[in-house]
Design a protein around this ligand. Structure first.
Ligand code: 13P
Length: 120
């Protein structure tokens, strides 16, 4: 197993552990939004690639489907957070499991408008 596969397995393990704490408590997911934020990407200027984000978001949704059901899992918005900015936002547009962004630093700058436009 190469190191990126090991890393992907570890990422999913951490995410499912964190999600389990929520799925154990919450039964109605109507108003729940999930944010995937790799710690190394927060405030560093180094975002996950759109392909990597799609991959983990998809696995998160599949995990949710097993616990809360397919219908609620498909309706749950899964946002990407971590150095989302005007330059990289467009690359996430066609990723079906990336439903939007949780924007930190760039939300305080004019480029925030471009991030919003990238979702339209
Ligand atoms: O943690 C974040 C938003 O809550 C992400 O922050 P940045 O977009 O600045 O990396």
């Amino acid at each position: 197993m190469n190191s990126s596969l090991k890393q992907a397995g570890k990422t999913l393990e951490v995410c499912t552990r964190q999600l389990k704490a929520v799925t154990d408590l919450v039964k109605d997911w109507t108003n729940i939004v999930v944010a995937y934020e790799p710690v190394w990407a927060i405030g560093t200027g180094l975002a996950a690639t759109a392909d990597d984000a799609q991959d983990i978001h998809h696995q998160i949704r599949e995990y949710l489907a097993t616990v809360i059901g397919k219908e609620q899992a498909e309706a749950t918005r899964i946002l990407y957070g971590g150095s989302a900015n005007a330059k990289n936002a467009g690359s996430f547009k066609d990723k079906v499991d990336v439903d939007g962004f949780l924007v930190g630093g760039a939300s305080l700058k004019p480029e925030f408008v471009e991030i919003i436009k990238s979702r339209q």
